[in-house]
Design a protein around this ligand. Structure first.
Ligand code: HXC
Ligand code: NAP
Length: 288
């Protein structure tokens, strides 16, 4: 496993990158990787204090330029205001990373009707709002750009117990592919990353609370037998938004240690069969 920065220190030089939900978790890890590769970074979310603290830490860690801006991505006017403030500071934005999300686990029949709205408003509407505001700007300015959407593996498969999130992420995946086709003519690329479990405070506290984690060990579902390292996802993100990936658009890259495929393959659980049983089956076959 390699947990160093993958790109060199100038691979993203001259690029300005907006990361929604960039104050915590995977958004923060991607911001670090972008700064280390020479980009200027804007992080936005609802909690300004968290963003400011992260910006101080990232500046100390990388020496890079980072602008924290409060913005609730559910509200288009706030997104427009945030984009205007970022443009006032940096003059341009080259890359949008739609990373902000909300999620929780629950049997669907126990959800209040508002629970669907709260998750889809952040994930799907929030991604659409940011994409639309920046897309209009890029197209008017004739500026090439890149969008990277952080979805999940169940954006493609669906998943019980996270139905609002599954619906929202599937929508974001559709947005990714739709705009890859529609906006290629403007030089705008659109890709997605589908992570499996990466331990972050935000995800683990909501999706694997201790009472559940005791009974349902998520590690057992991952054939590579470990969780993802945040740096691994950050390296992939840095590559996808860089000019090294200039011919990649409309793609979704899974980074999950083989988890979803393992769950899908009909006979994959046969790896629980001990060697002795395979030996016994072979002996029986040889006798026949
Ligand atoms: C069931 C819930 C709930 C829960 C909230 N609701 N939490 N329902 N189980 N645990 C319902 C409430 O009942 C309420 O409806 C409605 O949702 C709104 O709840 P609020 O608490 O008022 O919402 P808000 O304060 O806006 O908070 C939004 C949030 C919160 C999504 C609920 O968790 C949040 O801020 N999350 C941001 C970060 C986050 O979720 N990160 C994890 C991403 S991980 P009523 O009708 O009762 O008012 C991820 C990884 C996936 O996506 C893949 C992993 C492998
Ligand atoms: P996280 O730390 O909880 O990140 C979510 C971020 O979204 C927070 O910084 C939060 O900040 C922000 N946010 C929430 N609502 C917002 C809103 N209305 N407007 C603006 N920002 C908002 O969780 P994470 O694990 O790093 O998740 C990051 C991304 O990876 C998400 O898209 C998630 O679905 C995806 N993902 C994670 C995993 C995993 O295992 N960690 C797996 C698959 C996919 P505020 O609270 O300050 O607004």
């Amino acid at each position: 496993m390699q947990t160093e920065s993958m790109l060199n220190a100038v691979a993203l030089q001259g690029k300005t990158i907006l990361v929604t939900g960039g104050g915590t978790g995977l958004g923060r890890a991607m911001a670090v990787a972008f700064l280390q590769a020479g980009a200027q970074v804007i992080i936005c979310s609802r909690k300004l204090e968290v963003l400011e603290q992260t910006a101080r830490e990232l500046h100390a860690e990388t020496g890079g330029e980072i602008l924290p801006l409060p913005c609730d991505v559910r509200f288009y006017e706030q997104v427009e205001g945030m984009v205007a403030a970022a443009l006032a500071r940096f003059g341009k934005i080259d890359v949008l990373v739609n990373n902000a999300a909300g999620n929780f686990v629950s049997p669907t029949e126990r959800l209040s009707h508002k629970a669907f709205d709260v998750v889809t408003d952040i994930v799907l509407k929030g991604s659409y709002n940011c994409t639309l505001a920046l897309g209009k700007h890029w197209i008017a300015q004739k500026q090439p750009a890149a969008i990277l959407n952080i979805v999940t593996t169940y954006a493609s498969t669906g998943s019980g117990y996270v139905v609002p999130s599954a619906c929202a992420k599937a929508g974001v995946l559709a947005l990714t592919r739709s705009l890859a086709a529609e906006w290629a003519k403007y030089g705008i690329r659109s890709n997605a990353i589908a992570p499996g479990p990466f331990p972050t405070e935000g995800a683990m506290s909501r999706l694997f609370p201790p009472q559940l984690a005791k009974q349902l060990d998520p590690l057992k579902r991952i054939p590579l037998k470990r969780f993802g390292e945040q740096q691994e996802l950050a390296n992939l993100a840095a590559y996808l938004v860089s000019d090294y990936a200039a011919f990649i658009t409309g793609e979704v890259i899974t980074i999950d240690g083989g988890e979803w495929l393992y769950g899908a393959g009909e006979f994959n659980h046969f790896d629980q069969v001990p060697n002795e049983l395979w030996d016994a089956l072979a002996q029986k076959r040889n006798k026949e």
